[in-house]
Ligand binder design. Sequence first.
Ligand code: NAP
Length: 280
Amino acid sequence: MEKVILDGQLVATNIKDALKDKVNVLKEKGVTPCLATILVGDDPSSATYVKMKGNACEKVGIKSLRIHLPKETQTDDLLKTIDELNQDDSVHGILLQHPVPAQIDERKAFESIDIRKDVDGVTSRGYGETALGFGKYPSCTPAAIMEIINFYNIPVEGKHAVVVGRSPILGKPVSALLLNADATVTTCHSRTTNLPEIVKQADIVVAAVGKPNFIQGDWIKEGAVILDAGYNKGNIGDVDYDACYEKASAITPVPGGVGPVTISMLLKHTVKSAEETLQN
Ligand code: NAP
């Protein structure tokens, strides 16, 4: 059987090339797509992520509005900033970088993002609409996983997909997207018993655990497709790559798998949001 390494860079490049054309068309119509990123505090990883997202925007012609608030920021101050961005017609997407400092009510802040600008899929309405199958902007990593699956024409209908992880931004929404694509989905978490036995039944494995090399090679059914969303210190995924590679028919590497596509989905959603403003 031919083994496929699912190349996230390739998928991301394709998305970004298509976006450049769309951005040019929008600009000709007088609209410059704009993503506002909000970073609260000085966490170095968060600062790096926000910078990467802003730079990726600029490379395809999307305006990047970078807002950096001090670590002492209170919930009300953050809500005020988000409200200003909600009101600003030149802003098409709002990304609040997670996590925010402990004194802030992060859920309240997420919920205050206008649904039309929730390009990162963090509001409960956005999540609900995604789960019901008509969400415009699913959260970006789940959307990236589906994009990779579609790019490589991986069959989903009737397949057993096992998602390891149930976070609101990753495990839960990707489970919903796979279910909407007619997979039979099992979502596992830290209280799941017999995890290896369940993963062994999977035609598609999505690793979203946050633990390096967690998914073991002998848990994988011969020929399964593995999508590793994990991104741990030292560029290590949630899947024990070498051992799982031996069993899989297709697998995403880390780095160069889900990560680059995630950023592209954020850009894609921002451009779509800008396009929507012309239709209203
Ligand atoms: P998270 O919020 O920490 O959630 C981790 C999930 O894994 C939880 O649902 C947890 O279960 C489950 N889990 C933990 N230990 C487990 C165990 N022993 N057995 C089974 N399940 C277990 O993490 P996240 O935000 O979803 O992120 C997951 C991974 O994806 C991380 O490596 C993160 O860096 C990466 N990530 C990557 C991108 C990207 O762009 N590539 C974006 C976002 C996240 P409970 O619910 O029971 O606690």
